[in-house]
Design a protein around this ligand. Structure first.
Ligand SMILES: Nc1ncnc2c1ncn2[C@@H]1O[C@H](COP(=O)(O)OP(=O)(O)O)[C@@H](O)[C@H]1O
Ligand SMILES: [Mg+2]
Length: 253
């Protein structure tokens, strides 16, 4: 009898496609403190994210956005409920296994760009690959920098780049390991409105052109609305969600 197994991308070896969820959350809560100091940062969240989705999470300050992202990023464990990433339950995984999951499958982008100031744009991405023990040919690295709109900026130091350009380097760095999902916590928080929209458009284009799964957190409703699917958090709970279809974005120049 021939055995069938499922590859990382959800393709069975018999040619059928299973499309596992990138994330499945079942009644997930994260409680800080206890008694009078009890804070339910995330409470009873059910959520499923499909491969290639671009989802924005919106909510006021303190609504639980960062807590949710840290749970998705396997940087923290829930108080109760279960989280599966790529079909694997996180609860049973050791710290070492969670580290490997993060390294292989998850790319992070934050409000702070966290670039190494003495390294060029190109070298910042290269340094990340060195840490993860991977090598990407110089041509592919250049392609990646071009894909985020940094052609001609590869040899600039962070201090020679605008905020928007620095965030593009951080995005290229996060994507260099070809992660299954990109998690972005307020990536536009340090940028002016126009630049913030450009970064959002870039992520959206990367999502549609490369089927990159992206989960982006923002407190900016207008930004959030530009995504095909938006979830609003209020006091740690999902207050509402919306899904709609948009015209495909313009290709990256
Ligand atoms: N380590 C922590 N200890 C205690 N309370 C926390 C901790 N982290 C977050 N919180 C609380 O959880 C709630 C959600 O915080 P957070 O996820 O950072 O919200 P957001 O990112 O939407 O601003 C807030 O009330 C916050 O004060
Ligand atoms: Mg936050």
């Amino acid at each position: 009898m021939k055995t069938t197994y499922t590859t990382r991308n959800g393709h069975r070896t018999d040619g059928t496609h299973t499309e596992p969820f990138v994330y499945q959350l079942d009644r997930v809560s994260k409680i800080y403190g206890s008694g009078n100091y009890r804070v339910a940062a995330i409470e009873d969240i059910d959520l499923a994210i499909r491969p290639g989705e671009f989802v924005t999470v919106v909510g006021a300050s303190g609504s639980g956005k960062t807590t949710l992202l840290q749970l998705l990023g396997a940087l923290d464990r829930p108080t109760s409920g279960s989280i599966a990433c790529l079909g694997r339950g996180l609860a049973n995984m050791s710290e070492r296994e969670l580290t490997l999951l993060r390294r292989r499958h998850i790319g992070f982008v934050f409000q702070q760009f966290n670039l190494i100031p003495t390294l060029t744009a190109h070298q910042n991405v290269e340094a990340k690959l060195a840490v993860t023990g991977r090598d990407m040919g110089g041509d592919r690295l250049r392609e990646l920098l071009a894909a985020v709109g940094l052609e001609g900026r590869a040899n600039h130091l962070p201090s020679q780049l605008s905020g928007g350009e620095q965030q593009r380097v951080a995005i290229a760095r996060a994507l260099s390991t070809n992660p299954s999902v990109l998690l972005a916590d307020e990536p536009t928080g340090n940028l002016d409105t126009t630049t913030g929209h450009e970064i959002l458009q870039l992520l959206r284009t990367l999502s549609s052109e490369y089927s990159q799964t992206v989960i982006l957190i923002t407190h900016d409703r207008e930004l959030a609305a530009a995504a095909p699917r938006t979830i609003e958090l209020r006091d740690g709970r999902i207050a509402w969600w919306r899904e709609h279809h948009l015209a495909p974005p313009a290709p990256v120049a």
